[in-house]
Write a protein that binds this ligand. Structure first.
Ligand code: OGA
Ligand code: FE2
Length: 575
């Protein structure tokens, strides 16, 4: 018991409470670029301060030199020196006014400009939550992309333009953040990395004793007693008087002895439970594993036979007059669910306009907390988004028309164009775009032989997790068109890629093992619902975390209402 208390003190001593209400900056690169400009301004004003301080020191130096010479001559022959009336006058003047002026100069504060600039800018600085958010994003990337700690620390990432590395102190900081999350796996990795860099001779203010203290605790928490002991020994070599480490050492020895005794009797039973928990763990996260593999470009489930049936073609929107003379390039990305990609479908100029319109309005995407019914931010959706209406810009309106022409679906019932920006680590975990499908609507279908867009059917946004862990209905800044306007469910998704992504950021479909890579100027399209109105669960998808670079997309969710004759209903439910 006494030794348990000891660890308890370790924990209390280190744990800092963090709140997650304001996790803003790190979610999108758009806003982080402002911070880069802020830093640039600060550097300029810091340099001005240095210049002012240097010129002040220069003046003081000159005065000292002049007086040095003068006093040298004067002290050699004071009477002769003062025999000259000008010298006598000058001595009076110097002592009465000039030394006083010098005193003022020495006391003069040159830092005003810089300090006031700093005070103004500080209001817009990221806070603790931002720093934690950015750190957690790094840890998330490390997992998703299977990056080893050393690679990440040395900044050896694919496609990076500006290589950057982590110092031992940075690694220590990451370890501490993992620690406050009780994430001992990452605590160990990062404390070990910090230690490694110090062992390799990196000059740093990071303290090995502190690092070893965290490290041994994290290792102990993960059940590796002998390694924890070895690390504590190392700590004690550096600081033999370290109280907690001495206590822990005794505790380890005691536990080891006890374990040895217990081991004699029950090894088999333990093995069994260990195996069971391992199996459970694996079963519990199949989707996560599939999702992360697809993000890394692994686990694609396309057979050569099926691949042969994927084509590319010129598409005229089913003889749409606007596209007969200039059809667009269309490629099959996947067969089931059918996902098609349009190439060169949005120009660079249009992309710039859309981004500029969206930028001032980007705000952290939120989701409904199913328990409280309130809007919150969620780790599974990390991005910033904004909505653009066709009324506010001819470009947006033109884009909407293009989607209507090429999908053959009515866009008047669609949601506004959503623009989203994912910064490094930005992601959207697996979800469906459609809301809950009401069973009544399908009954209605069979009775009336009509589309399922009956008055009964209202996508129930806000009721989270009916089928799966993360539904993306209940989106904060989404117009509540679903309920109020009764436009039915999200029948289809159109997704523009408005940037290339240096690494990561794919759109993946874990149910079917598909991944679609962002390519600037292209768009993908798929139906979320079967013609019967039933949700197509194979459309479950996710936006992989951005590893390097930044991802801009915009999407249009088309709704059921208005499509009655454009995509007629079938009688079979899952056809
Ligand atoms: C979405 C979505 C995919 C992507 O916003 O609902 O699934 O790649 N986005 O951004
Ligand atoms: Fe989606």
């Amino acid at each position: 018991m006494a030794s348990n208390k000891m660890w308890y003190t370790v924990a209390l001593g280190f744990l800092l409470p963090f709140s997650y209400a304001h996790t803003d900056f790190f979610t999108s690169i758009g806003h982080m670029t402002d911070l880069i400009n802020t830093e640039k301004d600060l550097v300029i004003s810091l340099k001005d301060y240095i210049k002012a301080e240097e010129s002040k020191l220069e003046q003081i130096k000159k005065w000292a030199e002049k007086l040095d010479k003068l006093t040298d001559t004067a002290t050699k022959d004071p009477e002769g020196f003062l025999g000259h009336p000008v010298n006598a006058f000058k001595l009076m003047k110097r002592l009465n006014t000039e030394w006083g002026e010098l005193e003022s100069l020495v006391l003069k504060d040159m830092s005003d400009g810089f300090i006031s600039n700093m005070t103004i800018q500080r209001q817009f600085f990221p806070n603790d939550e931002d720093q934690t958010g950015a750190a957690k994003a790094l840890l998330r990337l490390q997992d998703t992309y299977n990056l080893d700690t050393d690679t990440l620390s040395r900044g050896n990432l694919p496609g990076v333009k500006h290589k950057s590395f982590l110092t031992a102190e940075d690694c220590f900081e990451l370890g501490k953040i993992a620690y406050t999350e009780a994430d001992y796996y990452h605590t160990e990795l990062w404390m070990e990395q910090a230690l490694k860099q110090l062992d390799e001779g990196e000059v740093s203010s990071a303290d090995k004793v502190y690092i070893l203290d965290y490290l041994s605790y994290a290792v102990y928490q993960q059940g590796d007693l002998s390694k924890a002991m070895m690390l504590t020994k190392r700590l004690l070599e550096l600081d033999p008087e370290h109280q907690r480490a001495n206590g822990n050492m005794k505790y380890f020895e005691y536990i080891m002895a006890k374990e040895k005794e217990a081991n004699k009797s029950s090894t088999d039973a333990e093995d069994q439970t260990e195996k069971e928990t391992e199996v459970k763990k694996k079963d519990y996260l199949p989707e996560r594993r599939k999702y992360e593999m697809l993000c890394r470009g692994e686990g694609l489930k396309m057979t050569p036979r099926r691949q042969k049936r994927l084509f590319c073609r010129y598409y005229d929107g089913n003889r749409n007059p606007r596209y007969i003379l200039g059809p667009v390039k269309q490629e099959d990305e996947w067969d089931k669910p059918r996902i098609v990609r349009f190439l060169d479908i949005i120009s660079d100029e249009e992309i710039e306009t859309v981004k500029e319109l969206a930028k001032p309005r980007l705000s952290r995407a939120t989701v409904h907390d199913p328990e409280t019914g309130k809007l919150t931010t969620a780790h599974y959706r990390v991005s910033k988004s904004a909505w653009l209406s066709g009324y506010e810009s001819p470009v947006v309106s033109r884009i909407n028309t293009r989607i209507q022409d090429l999908t053959g679906l009515d866009v008047s019932t669609a949601e506004e164009l959503q623009v989203a920006n994912y910064g490094v680590g930005g992601q959207y975990e697996p979800h469906f775009d459609f809301g809950r499908v009401s069973p009544v609507s399908c009954l209605h279908l069979f009775l009336l032989h009509k589309r399922c867009v009956s008055l009964f059917q209202v996508a129930n946004y806000g009721v989270g997790g009916q089928y799966e862990p993360h539904f993306d209905f209940a989106r904060a800044n989404e117009p509540d068109a679903f309920k109020e306007l009764g436009t039915g469910n999200r029948i289809a998704t159109w997704l523009f890629y408005m940037s290339d992504v240096s690494a990561g950021g794919a759109t993946v479909f874990p149910e079917v093992g598909a991944s679609v890579w962002p390519k600037k100027g292209t768009a993908v399209f798929w139906y979320n619902l079967f013609p019967s109105g039933e949700g197509d669960y194979s459309t479950r998808h996710a936006a992989c975390p951005v590893l390097v670079g930044n991802k801009w997309v915009s999407n249009k969710w088309l709704h059921e209402r208005g499509q009655e004759f454009r995509r007629p209903c079938t009688l079979s439910e899952l056809e």
